[in-house]
Design a protein around this ligand. Structure first.
Ligand code: SAM
Ligand code: TMP
Ligand code: ZN
Length: 405
């Protein structure tokens, strides 16, 4: 049995996706033969309930100068971060000369609001190209992996942080012991660590199996994040469910005694017990759901091909790597995927090598069906692509189950 990366307990493996590539590693025809593969399998710790991967991909394989993901591709995420940044300016950052540090600042979508407000801020992100986009917006960024040593350098140069914020990033970091030692060194005594991430409860409810991929080393729940905070000498004091990315959670963490935990923490822990988020039955159901969704999706794509219907993918998400490679979907079923990220366009998807093209090619001409890999942005994308449906096109989704709309 694998050992839990948080508490050292036993991890009970519940699903094995087999050999998988690095999800955001979009290749060129020249580099297509040299891909890094690993065994993608997930399990749950029988002690602290943290859901985690069994095998860890070296961080330099995932986060480097060529890392393509850009937070700013979604206008919904843009508004989401701006709204929360304004809330922080009116609350935790309302004191004199406040300082905020963001772990995984990417292209500066969150920190831009602080830059405009003249608030002291620092982003930390190891991916050089995306960090440069943030700098071009006037955002201060350190190109580095956040860990204990980085935090000690920051506090020596800038002093303590009132808020350390991190969205969709701490779940990517296996070495949470080093992260919390860093937070302890950098955070002001009464400061808060705010984490946002995909929520395990929503993933299990919707059978969103594609949320399991190399970068998502952990799938957080209120129970496991509470245990993680305790393990490293902190306390989970508030939680707030968020609609973004198909169901997320915002966790507020502080030093013990700084703030009493809100009723929301106890309420969600109770909800997780009712949902059976730590029960083996939940994971058996999930396993059956994955097999069913994959089989139905491939059957549908093969039927459509046999009928001479055209299908194009929409959103070359990191999530799609799991679906495409586990279900075995190649260019013969989905000839290309449209995506608005410039660094993904002109490349091939990892593993199955489906070409990625700009969204402009979606309409010339429209396909009969679009397979929506970016289902977490469904509302935004369907609103943008209204003309597709008006022209008779239909969307294929596979979460919570395979269906056509
Ligand atoms: N926070 C943004 C958001 O929510 O849209 C970006 C999320 S993106 C999925 C994850 C980011 O975390 C990437 O830009 C990656 O380079 C960065 N990252 C990975 N490991 C990190 C670490 N140890 N410290 C800081 N950033 C890290
Ligand atoms: P995410 O699900 O990890 O946020 O990735 C979303 C992907 O979908 C990313 O590669 C950008 C792409 N995308 C579009 O192509 N068009 C859109 O309108 C949106 C919102 C995302
Ligand atoms: Zn554990």
């Amino acid at each position: 049995m694998a050992e839990c990366r948080i508490c050292g307990g036993e991890v009970d493996e519940f699903f094995d996706f087999g050999r998988q590539p690095v999800s955001d590693s979009f290749v060129t025809p020249e580099t297509a033969g040299n891909e890094f593969f690993f065994r993608l399998a997930a399990g749950i710790c029988t002690s602290c309930t943290m859901v985690q991967l069994i095998e860890e991909v070296p961080r330099e394989q995932m986060f480097h100068d060529d890392y393509p993901y850009r937070s700013s591709t979604s206008s919904v995420m843009h508004t989401h971060f701006e709204t929360f940044a304004r809330r922080l300016l009116d609350s935790d950052l309302a004191g004199e000369d406040p300082f905020i540090v963001e772990i995984g600042s990417n292209d500066g979508t969150m920190l831009k609001t602080f830059q405009k407000a003249g608030t002291r801020h620092l982003g930390v992100d190891p991916s050089g190209q995306v960090a440069d986009f943030a700098r071009a917006e006037g955002v201060r960024v350190r190109t580095a992996f956040f860990e204990e040593a980085t935090a000690r350098e920051i506090v020596a140069e800038d002093g303590p942080a009132d808020v350390i914020f991190s969205a969709n990033t701490t779940s990517h970091i296996p070495y949470m012991d080093s992260i919390f030692r860093g937070v302890d060194a950098l955070l002001a005594p009464g400061g808060t660590l705010v984490l946002e991430d995909r929520y395990l409860g929503s993933i299990m409810e919707a059978n969103a199996f594609d949320q399991i991929y190399d970068e998502h080393f952990y799938l957080f729940s209120v129970s496991s994040v509470g245990a993680m905070a305790r393990t490293f000498g902190f306390e989970l004091v508030d939680v707030e469910p968020l609609a973004v990315h198909g169901g997320s959670m915002r966790y507020t963490i502080a030093r013990p005694g700084v703030r009493p935990p809100t009723a929301a923490v106890a309420g969600l822990l109770e909800q997780e017990r009712t949902q059976g988020l730590a029960s083996p039955q939940t994971y058996r159901r999930f396993t059956e759901g994955v097999e069913r969704s994959c089989a139905e999706l491939v059957r549908l794509l093969e039927d459509l091909r046999a009928q001479g219907r055209t299908v194009v993918g929409y959103g070359a998400t990191a999530k799609s790597a799991t679906v495409i490679n586990y279900c075995g979907i190649g260019p013969e079923l989905v000839p290309f995927i449209c995506d608005s990220t410039p660094a993904k366009q002109g490349r091939l998807t990892p593993g199955m090598h489906i070409p990625v093209r700009p969204p402009e090619e979606f309409s010339s001409p429209y396909p009969d069906y679009a397979l929506l890999f970016a289902w977490n942005h469904a509302e935004e994308i369907m609103a943008k692509e209204q003309a597709f449906r008006a022209a008779g096109g239909r969307w294929i989704l596979y979460v919570p189950e395979v269906h056509i709309v």
